[in-house]
Every structure is written in C-alpha cells, then in structure tokens.
Design a protein around this ligand. Structure first.
Ligand code: C2E
Ligand code: CA
Ligand code: CA
Length: 870
C-alpha cells in the first residue's frame, strides 16, 4: 500500500511539471499533454486497483473462509474492477467430462445453482459457456451476435440474451479448467479489450486461489480423518484393556472358587470366601445362598449377609423371589417395577425388606436346581446389569460343582474320624476274642465246623455265598425238568449308589450297611427262600414254589420297602434303596448262571429306568441281550475284515468358512445293516474293550488317507479313554505316522474329560510326549463333564470343543445361560491361548451369535457333513 501511495505522489509531481511548462507551449499541445497525463494516471490507477485486487484474492485463499464466502468476496473484488452484477464461475474437469457451476449470481436469470452438483459436459446442449470451455478462447460481445456466430439457438432455459457478454477461460497448464463470465443486460460495449485482459488475468489468480483453498480443505479433511482414526484406535485399545482386565479378573475368581472348594476348612468358610470372590466381581453387600432341603419342602440359608435383614431363617418353600428362581430354574434380574409386575401376576409374594434391585441365579448340581445365590441392593442408585447376571450365572455354575466337592470332602472327614474309632474298637474286640480263644482251646472242633461253613458263606454277612446259591439252583433246575408245573425265580438285587456311600462315608459304614441290608432282606422273604450275597453290594434271592411272575414281583417290592426304611449308622441316617431284576424259570435255561445273568440284565434295566424298582426279565430284554451279543460277535468279525472307514467333517474359521482342519469320524460298513455311526455300537465296543482295536484300524486308515491326499489343515482323531491305560499309546501313534511319512503336526487327537480323570501323571506324560512331536490335543464335548478349569493348566490342551448342547441352546430356552457359559469359556480360552471350536453349528443364527461371542472356529452341518474321501 505504501508503495502505491508513493506512486500517486510521483504522478502528481509529473502534472506540476507539465503546468510549469504551460506558457512555453501552445494550448493545443498543452491539452494533448494533459490528456496523455490523465491517461497515464488512469492506467496507473487501474494498475494499482488490479494489484490490490490480486493481493486480496491471494489473501482470501490463505484465510479460513468457507468456499462460498470466499467466492462472494472474490465477486465483490471483481465488481470493483468492472461491472460484474451478473457473474458466474464454472469449473470444468476435462478428464471426467464434468462441469460444475461453482458460483452463480444473476439478476435476470432465475437459474438456481447448486455449487456441488456436477453436470455431464458431453451431454450439455450448446451454450456460450460450453463454447468457451470447449474452445478455451475468450468470447466478448452481445450474446445474440456471439450465438449466431457459433450457431447456437436461443433457448429460454439458458437465460435471457445480454447486451454485452464476456467470458474468459481459466487455464491450468494450457488445459481449460473452467471459466468466468460477466454480462450486462442493459448496456452494450461495457466490456472492452482492456476488461478482457483484466478478467483473464484475475481468472488465473482465482483459479490459483481455488486450488489453494481446495488443497487446504483437503489437508484439513485428512488431518480430521486421521485424528478420528487415532481417537477410535485409542478407544478400541482402551476397551480391549478393560475387556482383558475383566476376563483376567473373572478367571482369577473362578480359579479361586475351584481352589477354595479344596482348601477351605469348613463349609461356612467356603461360603464366606465365595462371598468375597463375588464381591470382587459385582456389588455384593447383600448376599445370600439358599439351599433346598433334601425333600424339597424347606428353604435353608446356610449363608447370608445383609444390611437390613440380619437373620434369614429357614422357611417352608413359599412364593418369594428365591423360590421363583428355584421353580423356573432360570436367573432373575428384577428391579422394583419388575418385582411389582411379578407380584401383580401372582407369581411372587415378597418376603423380607423389599430390594431396589434383586438378582438371583440357580445353583445346579447334576442338572438339578438345588439352591439359589442372590445379591440385592436397597439403594436406588445401585442396580445390576445383564453383565452382572452373566457373571453370577457363571460363578454359580462353578459354585455348584465346588459345593458338591466340598460336601463330599466334609463327609469324608467325618467318616475318617468314624473309621479311626472303629479301628480302635475292633482292636479291642479282637484282643478280647483272642483271650476267649485261648481259654476255649477245647472247642477246636467247633472252629473247624465254622471253617466249612465259611467256604459256603459270606464272611461279612454270614449269608450263603455264590457257590452255595449255584449249587442249590442246579438242584432246583434239575427238579423243575421233571416237574412241568414248577415255578420259581431268581431275584438279583443291587444297592443303589452304594459305591458313593463307600467312597464318601467310608468302608466301615459301608460294611455295616451291607450287613443291615442282608438282615432286612432275610427278614422279609419266606423261610423257604434262599438269600445269598454274591459279592460287593449284590444279593440274590432264590424263591421257589411261586404261582407266577406277579408273586415274584410282589416279593421284590416287599424287599424294596423293607430296605427303604432309614438306617442309623455311625451317627448318621441313611436311606438305602435298591434295584431288583427278576428272572423266572423257563426250560430254555440250562444252568443257574444263565438265570443269574438274565436277572442281572433286568436289574440293569431297573437301574436305567430310575432305580428303586423291580423289573422282570422279558422277551424284549432277551432279544436285546442277544442283539448285544450278536453285535459284539459282528464287531469281532468286522475287526478281522477291517470293515471300518473314516468320514471327514470340516472344521472351519467361523468368520469366512475357511477350512482349518477335519475331524475323522468312525463309520462301520456292516454287511447287513449298512453304514453305522458310532452311536450304534460304541457302547458295546467300550464294554467289550473291542473299541481299542477298532480305533487302531481307523487310525491306520486316517493316516493312510493323510499320506495320499493333501487335506488342508489338520485331521483330528477321536481317542477313547481306554487308550490311556496302555503305556505305549503315544509311541504306537508316532510309529504309524513315521511309517507313513506323515508329519505329526498334521494330526490332532480329541479326548474327553473322562480320559483325564484316571491317572493324571501318566496322562500328562502321554500328552506331553505327543505334543513334543507335534500332535496337539483338543478337549472334546467341553462343558458336559466336570469342566474343571484346572485341567487346562494341568494338561497340555491346545483347543476346546464346546459341546453342541450349548450351541443348540443358543436358539432355545436356556439362551442366557448358554451365552454366559460360552462367553466365559471364550474369555478364558482367549487368555490361556487355547483355541475354541464350537460344535454342532446348524443354523445361521447360531453362527451369528457365536461370532458375536468371539468364537473363532466351528464345526457342524451348516458348514459340512461328515463325508468319505472321494
Ligand atoms: P463327537 O466327537 O462329539 O463328534 C461329533 C459328532 O457330532 C459326530 O457324530 C458328528 O457327525 C456330529 N455332528 C457334527 N455336526 C453336527 C451338527 O451340526 N448337528 C448334529 N446334530 N450333529 C453333528 P458321529 O459321527 O455319530 O460320532 C459320534 C461320536 O462317536 C463322536 O462324538 C465321538 O465321541 C465318537 N467317535 C467318532 N469317531 C470315533 C473314533 O474313531 N473312535 C472313537 N473311540 N470314538 C469315535
Ligand atoms: Ca470328537
Ligand atoms: Ca464333541
């Protein structure tokens, strides 16, 4: 500005010089000089205005105005240089053949412009603007003349003709990038060549300003984008950290529970510690554990801590929230309105202080709801969430098994004490008996007689033993062969859950129970019936002189009811029950063993159908028994002829269904029954021990298949728990692989939790050895067994297969529990670096849920059925 001001001063001095010489020069000459001077002044002024304009335009591009504001200012600047009431800027993208009216102001043309709308240039009708952009040469003059020169017809939609029209192109490196147009509707000749030069000049600067503005916007946009990305990445990271912490917390809590059930000295301590653990996971100031009494009529509260209700007394099962959870077997999260709603529907009647928010989940044992664990809040600002519900459900799942373990352990402690007492008692008794013996040396004869008796009697109960029973049966059968009306029966009796008593309460108590049971059976049967103890907890009754099967069953029921009365042993009350199988005499029997065997089979059926009952061996059972025998014989033959083959089912990555491996599933090509799945013969195979041989045939086939094809990923074989009893299982498997030259890392084994129960050190040795060679182990049917988390630490497990019952439940009733369990397993597996495979995925919705739950691998009909190799 200062510089421009200086020029004006200089110019004024020039005029003064001229005036000084006025006298010497003629008038005309003077006028001419004056005119020249004025022209120079005018030209300099214009120059100055132009400079100023260009400077301002450049300035605008660097500022922070938005595009339309900037264009409005540019318009004003052009307006100072020339008449520009009607003014527009058009941009042209030659490579894409698009035009855009970036700015448009016109007092007569009603065209409403959208500066963002792109128009197709190649389809545009002929106009002066199009000619300007196409030719890249400025146009100037009355628009009608220009149109006629270019052969453009008049179209009303293109706006009225103007008296003077001037358009200049904007050029970027010799290519047309747009144009600027000014026009006047009233006056012709407004725009001279000088204006054209001026506008062309300004146009180039406008283009530069537009480019700069655009670049700046682009940059800002990128910065913003990047900032957004970073912010999001940061949030994701934070979420991940929180999620990880949570899963670690949960995992710690679960281990703590597992550990507590082993270490806490008393049940009370165990509950208190559980409370502490739960308190670490969620708000648990008010916490109680409710247990259903054995007969289901009472609710007991072995543990309760509460701000309001200091004591929680045992009560008859009523209609409280706790009972609601017990009844439905489902977790309940209820705030005040929900409680009110349940009350209104008559489903619950509140007991105790009304909570603001109440959360209770069922405690399960052996699939039975045995209790409830509940937390509640009495304050309106503390509530529980769905997440809390899932946490508590999962914790409860583990408390259930912990509790069972703890209770069994407590019993064991009691039993131990009892045992010690009995040992010392017995020692005393023995000493006494010994003294007596010495005294009664003369009674040696009697002692001898006693010995013969013992050979045919059971030492513990004094009842006849198996040998004596079979002798008598042989005689009875022989007599029945001569008498077509003979009717007798063998009743086979087995105490229910006796092993449990023996294992948990101790052998001493078990022995007493056996003696007492024998006494009761003898007391119930008729004098002519023979009661014998076969061994263990098995008894047999030979009942002769019957009038039919009904009478045998009646006898059985009488025995059962005598056994059912409570027994007091070692200070505790036991309720023994038994299952009885009956075989009626039939001429097809040749030996007593055969009758005993059938009575045994019927007894198994009685146990299978719910225990504490009496079952008659019938034709159907006979057929089944024959079938099992036949099946076993068939199985032996099939092993000889190697009639087994593997079918393969793919294991996929759930997200994109990419195949990561296969499971080899056993099929038996039976010569009569066609292709059999394992369900049809696995039990027989396991019971007879034949499954081991079948498995080895199968593994050889699988490894041969692997050697001759290149199936993608790994192949998993199923390993029966029996294999872990043979010490050379791992070597044999590795040998097979080496012989076939198949890399061990292509093979995996699937084992169930049952396999891990047996002899832990040996099993982990086997698994370690296989893993060293590259054969990884997957834990099958996870969630159905003990799901003891400590396995995952103790044994080298590479993958967990979540049992298909959980996956099926995702679509069903027990969805919440299933989701909670799967989510926790996912978290746990993730933090231990163990792969997770969901089994039995059949529907798209299961697939979607599993993805949401973070499950990575899956297997199921949705992805492919088991199929033989082509
Ligand atoms: P598993 O190890 O749990 O094998 C998965 C079973 O689920 C297979 O039954 C398979 O056909 C079935 N399955 C797969 N996807 C789906 C699905 O989407 N829906 C449903 N409903 N089922 C699905 P399969 O072939 O009948 O085998 C039954 C069981 O027999 C196996 O259960 C495994 O425990 C055992 N088994 C299979 N092959 C062998 C073997 O070679 N040796 C031994 N010892 N046991 C085997
Ligand atoms: Ca399996
Ligand atoms: Ca499975």
């Amino acid at each position: 500005m200062a510089m421009n001001g200086g020029r004006i001063v200089q110019l004024a001095q020039g005029v003064d010089d001229t005036r000084n010489r006025r006298d010497a020069l003629g008038r005309e000459e003077l006028l001419r000089l004056l005119e020249v001077a004025e022209q120079r002044i005018e030209s300099l002024r214009r120059n100055e205005r132009l400079q100023l304009a260009l400077y301002e335009i450049a300035d605008l591009a660097g500022g922070s105005l938005d595009m339309q504001d900037m264009l409005r200012r540019i318009h004003a600047i052009v307006g100072e240089l020339m008449y520009a009431e009607n003014f527009y800027i058009v941009l042209y993208d030659e490579s894409r053949q698009k035009v855009r009216f970036l700015y448009f102001v016109d007092k007569l043309d009603p065209y409403v412009n959208d500066p963002d709308a792109e128009l197709d240039f190649d389809q545009a009708e002929a106009t002066l603007t199009v000619t300007l952009l196409r030719g890249g040469v400025a146009l100037r003059g009355p628009s009608r003349d220009l149109r006629e020169q270019c052969g453009i017809p008049y179209l009303e939609s293109n706006g009225p003709d103007s008296a003077d029209w001037m358009g200049v192109p904007m050029l970027r490196e010799d290519r047309v990038a747009g144009g600027i147009v000014v026009q006047s509707y009233e006056r012709a000749g407004v725009y001279s060549e000088e204006e054209r030069v001026l506008l062309a000049y300004v146009a180039q600067h406008i283009l530069t300003a537009l480019d700069r503005h655009h670049a700046r916007e682009e940059l800002e946009h990128r910065v913003e984008e990047r900032t957004r990305e970073l912010r999001k990445a940061n949030l994701d990271l934070q979420a991940e950290v929180v999620e990880r912490q949570r899963s670690q917390e949960l995992q710690r809590a679960l281990f703590r529970i597992a550990e507590l059930s082993m270490t806490s000295e008393t049940l009370e301590r165990f509950y208190a510690e559980i409370h502490k653990v739960v308190g670490g996971l969620l708000y648990a100031r008010n916490f109680y554990i409710a247990m259903l009494s054995a007969d289901g009529s009472m609710l007991e509260f072995p543990y309760s801590v509460d701000e309001r209700d200091a004591v929680r007394r045992s009560r008859r099962v009523a209609k409280g929230l706790t009972e609601y959870v017990l009844r439905t077997g489902k977790a309940l999260l209820a705030d005040r309105p929900r409680i009110a709603q349940l009350e209104a529907a008559g489903k619950v009647r509140s007991i105790g202080t009304l909570a603001y928010c109440w959360l209770g989940v069922p405690l399960l044992h052996d699939d039975q709801v045995v209790g409830v664990i509940a937390v509640q809040s009495y304050s309106s600002d503390i509530g529980f969430s769905g997440r809390d519900l899932e946490l508590l459900t999962f914790v409860a799942y583990h408390i259930g098994s912990g509790l069972a373990r703890k209770q069994a352990q407590d019993k064991l402690v009691v039993a131990h004490a009892g045992l010690e007492q009995r040992v010392s008692e017995r020692t005393r008794e023995l000493a006494e008996a010994n003294a007596e013996l010495v005294e009664q040396m003369g009674e040696r004869l009697r002692a001898e007689r006693k010995l013969t008796y013992q050979a045919s009697h059971d030492a513990l109960t004094g009842l006849p033993n198996r040998v004596q029973l079979l002798e008598r049966l042989a005689r009875t059968i022989a007599a029945a062969r001569r008498d077509p009306n003979a009717c007798f029966a063998v009743l086979f009796l087995d105490l229910d859950r006796f092993k449990l008593v023996n294992d948990s309460v101790g052998h001493a108590v078990g022995d007493e129970l056996l003696v007492e049971a024998g006494r009761r059976i003898v007391g119930t049967v008729r004098g002519t019936d023979m009661v014998s103890r076969l061994g263990g907890d098995e008894y047999a009754i030979l009942a002769e002189g019957l009038d039919g099967p009904a009478m045998a069953e009646e006898l059985g029921l009488r025995v059962l009811s005598a056994l059912g009365a409570p027994i007091w042993i070692a200070g505790r009350e036991l309720f023994p029950t038994a299952s009885i199988g009956i075989a009626m005499w039939h001429p097809r029997y040749d030996t007593g063993e055969e009758m005993l065997r059938d009575a045994d089979a019927a007894m198994y059926r009685a146990k299978g159908t719910g225990r504490d009952r009496c079952t008659l061996f019938d034709e159907e059972m006979r057929e089944e028994a024959t079938r099992t025998l036949d099946l076993e014989a068939d199985l032996r033959r099939a092993i000889h002829s190697d009639a087994f083959e593997p079918h393969y089912q793919s294991i996929v990555r759930i997200g994109d269904a990419a195949v990561v491996g296969h499971e080899a599933l056993l099929r038996w090509r039976h010569d009569k029954h066609g292709l059999l799945a394992p369900g049809a013969f696995l039990d027989v195979g396991e019971d007879s021990g034949l499954i081991e041989q079948v498995d080895w045939l199968m593994y050889a086939r699988v490894i041969a298949d692997m050697a001759r094809t290149d199936m993608p990923g790994y192949v998993a074989i199923n390993v029966s728990p029996r294999h872990f009893r043979s010490p050379d299982f791992a070597y044999r498997l590795i040998d097979l692989l080496e012989e076939a030259e198949v890399s061990p890392s292509r093979l995996r084994i699937e084992i169930t939790e049952v396999a891990l129960l047996d002899d832990a050190p040996r099993i982990s040795e086997t698994l370690d050895m296989l893993r060293e060679r590259g054969v990884l182990a997957q834990l099958d049917d996870f969630g159905t067994g003990f799901s003891a988390l400590s396995y995952l630490h103790r044994f080298p497990i590479a993958a967990l297969k979540v049992d298909r019952s959980f996956v099926a439940d995702l679509d069903g009733e027990a969805r919440t529990e299933s989701v909670a369990v799967i989510r926790a397993i996912t978290a746990l597996a993730g933090s231990l670096g163990i792969e997770l495979i969901a089994e039995g995925v059949e529907t798209e919705s299961q697939r979607e849920r599993l993805i949401e739950l973070g499950c990575v691998y899956a297997q199921g009909f949705l992805f492919g059925r088991p199929e033989p190799l082509p």
